[in-house]
Design a binder for this molecule. Structure first.
Ligand SMILES: Nc1ncnc2c1ncn2[C@@H]1O[C@H](COP(=O)(O)OP(=O)(O)OP(=O)(O)O)[C@@H](O)[C@H]1O
Ligand SMILES: [Mg+2]
Length: 297
């Protein structure tokens, strides 16, 4: 249980989860929650797993399982996955088609619920959150990039990028300034008012990268971000994600078939048939790259 104080009416609220607005005066509580999420241990419970005392892991899954039920048929997509991801890590998830990568993403990103097991974001158990709290977490903590870009076709690059900022309650001046800054970072400072169909595939994915950064997320979940791009453009997107990861300590978790991702990853999780087959760390990755260089010669 945590005690938090409304910045406006000073009402003290006892909570075991996230609070988006003050129940008394309706003031935005996101700043207070943000502070609380960075204060380790000081507030006791707060839907945390008590066995953890620090936030060493930004994402932690325990026995995460997803079984899709289709009439009589059960499809085991994810089978008891235990995974611990450190803050600031660049993690690639590799595996054949159908191995469960997108399923894992949907569960970690709070877009779907597991059949069994738990997923903790900064030690907050996602299953303990109500719909509003989950929406707050998704909006503030996680940026999403999808294989098919998923931009809104009738909106310009600027409007697509600033959309998540509306949900976070930013003013329109702040949104325009930040939207232009983010589009500039991804190299589209001169394409602010282009709609998706007026942009190339690589440019659309760069808009999606800028949109994922709208609310300065702690985690970027990228599901095959280079899947629909040519080699060179794919490399540009990977370099961009790596730069963000290095410069702002954003944790990047990326599902991929793309071998170019190997080089920039801190660890690679190989999954097969919904289970972790093995995890390669940096030393293993260097060895793999070495052997690939050998093959080329
Ligand atoms: N909504 C669903 N209903 C039923 N089965 C599903 C559903 N979504 C995925 N599956 C099944 O779950 C398994 C894992 O699918 P998932 O999309 O996670 O694979 P993936 O590793 O992302 O594959 P790809 O590389 O092709 O994107 C597959 O066998 C798939 O057919
Ligand atoms: Mg997939």
């Amino acid at each position: 249980m945590a005690s938090i104080e409304c910045p406006k009416c000073k009402e003290v609220i006892e909570t075991t989860g996230l609070v988006t607005v003050c129940p008394k005066c309706g003031a935005d509580m996101s700043g207070v929650m943000e502070e609380l999420s960075h204060t380790e241990g000081a507030h006791g419970g707060f839907a945390r797993d008590e066995s953890m005392t620090t936030h060493e892991f930004i994402v932690r899954t325990k026995g995460l399982t997803k079984i899709y039920v289709m009439g009589e048929v059960q499809v085991p997509a994810l089978q008891s996955v235990d995974l611990e991801i450190r803050r600031g890590e660049y993690l690639s998830i590799m595996g054949p088609s159908g191995s469960g990568k997108s399923t894992l993403f949907n569960l970690v990103g709070g877009l779907d619920k597991p059949t069994a097991g738990s997923c903790y974001i900064e030690e907050v158990d996602m299953a303990q959150l109500d719909a509003f709290e989950l929406a707050w977490l998704r909006c503030r903590k996680i940026g999403y990039i999808f294989q098919t870009f998923n931009l809104i076709p009738v909106m310009t690059a600027m409007e697509n990028v600033t959309l998540p900022m509306i949900f976070a309650g930013m003013t329109s001046d702040e949104m325009l300034e930040r939207g232009a800054m983010l589009l500039d970072i991804v190299g589209l400072g001169d394409r602010l008012h282009h709609k998706p169909y007026e942009l190339s595939g690589g440019q659309q994915q760069r808009v999606a990268v800028a949109r994922s950064l709208a609310n300065s997320p702690a985690i970027i979940l990228a599901d095959e971000p280079t899947g629909n791009l040519d080699l060179q453009t794919g490399k540009e997107i990977i370099d961009l994600l790596k730069r963000l990861n290095r410069e702002s300590e954003t944790t990047v978790i990326s599902a991929t078939h793309d071998l170019k991702m190997i080089d920039v990853s801190d660890r690679i999780v190989h999954i097969r048939d919904g289970a972790i087959e093995r995890i390669d760390d940096r030393a293993d990755i260097d060895l793999e790259i070495g052997s690939m260089d050998g093959e080329e010669e």
